[in-house]
Design a protein around this ligand. Structure first.
Ligand code: TYM
Length: 332
């Protein structure tokens, strides 16, 4: 039997290269060898209070982009999280055995407390339990994600094992983060510090749907420095980030060429960033064209979402029925 895989993306706008290289590229490859569930985490996105119009628009974006990247709804189950209410039910049960201390210690929670001090809601605190419910609902063992999600996977294993112990059942398997790359991926952003992320603003991200003009403009503004002052100098973070991006989208020859120029102090950042922009455009163009096509086809999107919801609910109902009986909910 094929192993089960689950992963999701929060709909907060368009997908960027971080989402693609951290997660979606693995989804596409895994779908042929595993029993895959790929969903759109719209319940998770409620922590930031999107308007109903934004929420629906963002869910649509992610659905279109999943398909445009090559996730095949006949191979994988693609669904919208809120179409599967069993996930919310499992979240409730898991919350009964998730402790304040461990939730408060989660890095993502601490980041949010810092970045949005006016909206530290209970959904943010229990974000890892909802994520565990997403994974455990299908009893998945592999979860393709970027490096930033590693701690959430560890918490998922804790919650699943704790449930098993509490109810004396060997029910939930342990799930591990997965990537075809040797290590989990962290794609840098364009602002010279840290990962590509929407919270860094649109100028920090290259979106899959960005036009060539938008990519050229963003790349021309990407943060650099005054240039190397001695031969073979270690690269500061902003420069290393751009080289890391080049490693992802450009050929090995191109990377070696600019690396050589840097080491000889002969690099011109303008040329370097232009080359990077053109390679990003080459990578993005076919995906962008499919995004444009698919976004016109509402009937098809509706069909995919309905079909996915049915398949996901079938698997989720089975888990919830087992879980209810393990907990001791019994009919009179
Ligand atoms: P989210 O929506 O922030 O990101 C979606 C996926 O993209 C990856 N990612 C990156 N990878 C590498 N470099 C980057 N700069 C980068 N930015 C984003 C993330 O690691 C993730 O794989 N909590 C999740 C969504 C989620 C989920 C789940 C994932 C909810 N339930 C169950 C797996 C299983 C999140 O917020 O990802």
């Amino acid at each position: 039997m094929k192993e089960t895989v689950v992963s999701g993306i929060r709909p907060t706008g368009q997908l960027h290269l971080g989402n693609y290289f951290g997660a979606v590229t693995n989804f596409v490859k895994m779908q042929y060898d595993y029993n895959c569930y790929f969903f759109i985490a719209d319940l998770h996105s409620l922590t930031t209070h999107p308007t109903p119009q934004d929420l629906h628009g963002y869910v649509r974006h992610v659905l279109v982009e999943y398909l445009a990247c090559g996730i095949d709804p006949e191979q994988s189950t693609i669904y919208i999280q809120s179409d599967v209410p069993e996930v919310a039910e499992l979240y409730l049960y898991l919350n009964m055995n998730a402790y304040m201390g461990e939730l408060e210690r989660s890095t993502s929670f601490k980041d949010k407390v810092r970045s949005q001090p006016d909206n530290v809601n209970a959904g943010l605190l229990t974000y890892p339990t909802l994520m565990a419910a997403d994974i455990l609902i299908h009893k998945a063992v592999k979860v393709p994600v970027g490096k930033d999600q590693e701690q959430h996977l560890e918490m998922t294993r804790t919650f699943g094992n704790r449930f098993n112990r509490l109810y004396h059942a060997d029910y939930f398997p342990e799930a591990f983060a997965f990537s075809y790359a040797q290590q989990l991926v962290k794609v840098p952003g364009l602002d010279g510090k840290g990962k590509m992320s929407k919270s860094g603003g649109d100028s920090n991200c290259i979106y899959l749907a960005d036009s060539p003009e938008a990519i050229r403009k963003k790349m021309s503004r990407a943060v650099t420095d005054g240039g190397p002052t001695v031969e073979n100098q270690a690269k500061p973070e902003a420069i290393q980030n751009l080289f890391d991006l080049m490693k992802i989208v450009s050929s090995a020859d191109t990377l070696a060429h600019f690396d050589g120029l840097y080491n000889q102090m002969a690099i011109r950042y303008g040329d370097f960033k232009k080359q990077l922009a053109e390679d990003m455009i080459l990578f993005n163009s076919p995906i962008r064209e499919r995004i444009e096509e698919l976004s016109k086809d509402t009937d098809y999107l509706r069909k995919v979402a309905r079909h996915g919801a049915e398949k996901a609910r079938e698997s989720a109902r089975k888990t919830i029925s087992d879980v209810r009986s393990l907990i001791g909910f019994k009919a009179f």
